[in-house]
Structures are given as structure tokens and as C-alpha cells.
Design a protein around this ligand. Structure first.
Ligand code: HEM
Length: 51
């Protein structure tokens, strides 16, 4: 973060580790979450609550 409070855009994602030990399954994990989210509209009906 820059002293005036703005972000400088060099944020790094540490969820899957980093360097030599970085997670080799990160693309599998990412893809399965995306697939799960993309499947929701086909699996469920979304509508406003009645009343
Ligand atoms: C949301 C799901 C996942 C998260 C948050 C995650 C996170 C991590 C992290 C933080 C590490 C580094 C551990 C360290 O520094 O010692 C790691 C390593 C590893 N992950 Fe994952 N992981 C995920 C899913 C997966 C999946 C789906 C696979 C396999 C298909 C996988 C396989 C591995 C392997 C083999 C390592 C060891 C890499 C090495 O030390 O060379 N992970 N994971």
C-alpha cells in the first residue's frame, strides 16, 4: 500500500503457497470451484422469496 492509502497493484495471492513449494493443484482447485459455481443455475431455480 502506498502511504496515501491507495493500492499499488502488486498484490500477491498466497492461498496456494509460493516459491518452490507452490501448490501443484491450484489450477485443479480453481477449475473445480469455477465449475461448481457455473453449475448452480442449471441445478437450482433462483427466484424471489414469496411474500
Ligand atoms: C483450495 C484448494 C487448495 C489449497 C488452498 C491448497 C494449498 C496449498 C498450499 C498452501 C501448499 C504449499 C504447502 C507448503 O508450502 O508446504 C500446497 C501444496 C501442494 N498442493 Fe495444494 N492446495 C489446494 C488444492 C490442491 C489440489 C486439488 C491438489 C492436487 C490435485 C493439491 C496438491 C498439492 C501438492 C502435491 C502440494 C505439494 C507441492 C510441493 O511441495 O512441491 N493441492 N497446497
Amino acid at each position: 500500500m502506498i502511504p496515501d492509502g491507495t493500492l499499488n497493484g502488486d498484490d500477491v495471492d498466497f492461498a496456494f503457497g509460493f516459491g518452490r513449494r507452490i501448490c501443484v493443484g491450484q489450477y485443479v482447485a480453481d477449475a473445480s470451484v469455477r465449475t461448481a459455481i457455473a453449475t448452480l443455475p442449471a441445478a437450482f431455480t433462483f427466484e424471489k422469496v414469496r411474500g
